[in-house]
Design a protein around this ligand. Structure first.
Ligand SMILES: [Zn+2]
Length: 229
């Protein structure tokens, strides 16, 4: 495993907001995206051996071999993840003076088992810990904003509040300013804004949200590309 040590110099960028997800690990307010390594092949093998293990006799030689195979696969997954998270956190902390993440309610998200499995494979918590530690080392400002901030409900360009979006909706066009946003990129820009304290004019946002019901939103802001990810 190659570990890249953080370099102690001034960051070239002032701040960055990061939106963490499952398919795309991180979408950043500067427009960059970072894909997770594909753990599914290794994870499928783990599940296969776990089923095998359940059928094998206790204290048998064969069972022990299966057990070791599972442990090795787990190590490989952990190493792959660690390597990925280390490289990404080093790059982000090196390049930015303020790093903003959203507080994730991981336990609240793991309602179904399949999702729980992919969430635990991602290592969001691990990533946050790494960013925090490296930020401290380089005198960066690491901030975590509340999960209750409506970061996907507001236009990062003009502050217009369109309300809750279905998870399937990946792209949205703001009715107010006309800009078309990638859902996650828009969220990361809002995470950055909230983190550095540049909130939108709340009076205007509140007034608009009061007169814009969820029902009228669908007609108001055109959903341009509903698709799963
Ligand atoms: Zn807008």
């Amino acid at each position: 495993m190659v570990e890249v040590e953080p370099v102690d110099i001034d960051a070239k960028n002032q701040s960055i907001g990061i939106d963490l997800g499952i398919k795309t690990f991180a979408v950043m307010s500067n427009g960059e995206k970072s894909q997770s390594p594909n753990y599914s092949v290794l994870d499928r093998k783990v599940r296969k051996f776990q089923k095998k293990l359940a059928r094998q006799l206790k204290d048998s030689k064969r069972r022990n071999i299966t057990r070791i195979k599972i442990a090795k696969l787990h190590n490989k997954i952990a190493d792959t993840r660690k390597d990925f998270l280390h490289k990404l956190s080093t790059k982000i902390v090196n390049e930015n003076q303020v790093i903003v993440l959203e507080d994730l309610n991981v336990s609240g998200m793991v309602k179904n088992r399949k999702l729980a499995r992919s969430i635990s494979l991602q290592g969001w918590r691990e990533f946050r810990t790494l960013c925090e530690a490296k930020s401290e080392k380089l005198s960066r400002d690491f901030r975590v904003i509340s999960r209750w901030e409506p970061t996907s409900q507001v236009c990062s360009e003009c502050g217009y509040k369109w309300g809750k979006l279905d998870l399937k909706v990946r792209t949205v066009q703001c009715l107010n300013c006309g800009i078309e946003h990638d859902r996650d990129e828009n969220a990361s820009k809002n995470i950055n804004k909230v983190g550095i304290g540049h909130c939108h004019d709340s009076k205007r946002t509140q007034r608009k949200s009061k007169t814009t019901s969820v029902a009228s939103f669908n007609e108001a802001s055109r959903i341009t590309a509903p698709s799963g990810r």
